[in-house]
Design a protein. Structure first.
Length: 226
């Protein structure tokens, strides 16, 4: 059993769409034994309820726009108050605006939690191919890439043989909008988090090695960086 509850720690995965935040978070949650809180996944789950709010969210995501801070902040706040987040959590896709960053910093201070920001840096041209080439399995959730990690049979999941799909927001026109939203609204968040001074910060090359090697490096850093 883990002993006494130390203060919680937020690992904030920061980077543009396609920098590998989701892939890293899935590997890191095993190595750090803390939950993965992904606002994009939470929103896609919310869409499944197929009510009015779900429809509003779907329209925004499919247009490459961001969902309102109010909704996202509330969703995250609820998620972080669940008992499994007591020791820490991995944030993937949040905070994405200055408004979200301010709310998060207040929440973390209230929880007495520190934060560790990992900036995943990836070349723009690689990002475009990662997003445009991404295919996912609706059945088992496996993710492939037609350029970097093709399935053995084109369009078919290696694990469960289901037909692979492309996320609606991975279409080229939407990818461009998402990257613009990143530049305009999300990139400034990094400076905010660094200047705020309540946490530590590292930059990691998100493309030159296999995902597992990158995750190993982040995991070690998370253990030694205060
Ligand atoms: P990616 O990081 O590759 O863009 P995500 O799955 O994190 O993919 O997000 C998909 C979409 O969900 C975003 O383009 C945006 O519309 C919405 N979204 C996710 N997280 C947030 C957030 N923190 N604030 C506002 N919108 C968000
Ligand atoms: Zn599958």
């Amino acid at each position: 059993m883990p002993d006494a509850k130390g203060p919680a720690r937020a690992l904030i995965l920061f980077g543009p769409p396609g920098s590998g935040k989701g892939t890293q978070a899935k590997l890191l949650k095993e190595c750090l034994a803390i939950p993965h809180v992904a606002t994009g996944d939470m929103l896609r789950e919310r869409i499944q309820r197929a009510d009015d709010l779900g429809l509003v969210i779907k329209r925004l995501i499919d247009a490459g726009e961001l969902v309102s801070d109010e909704l996202i902040n509330r969703m995250v706040e609820e998620r972080l108050s669940l008992p499994d987040c007591e020791k820490g959590f991995i944030l993937d896709g949040y905070p994405r605006t200055l408004g979200q960053a301010e709310t998060l910093c207040q929440t973390l201070r209230r929880l007495g939690a520190s934060w560790f920001v990992v900036h995943l840096k990836v070349d723009y041209n690689i990002i475009i191919r990662r997003l445009a080439g991404r295919r996912f399995c609706p059945q088992c959730g496996a993710v492939f890439n037609v350029y970097f990690q093709p399935p053995s049979r084109p369009g078919v999941c290696d694990l469960c043989q289901s037909a692979l799909l492309t996320r609606d927001d991975d279409r080229e026109s939407v990818i461009r909008r998402r990257l613009e939203a990143y530049e305009a609204q999300t990139r400034p968040v990094l400076d905010f988090l660094i200047k705020d001074g309540g946490g530590s910060f590292v930059e990691v090359d998100g493309a030159s090695e296999a995902p597992a090697v990158i995750a190993q490096r982040i995991c070690e850093l998370a253990r030694i960086v205060k």
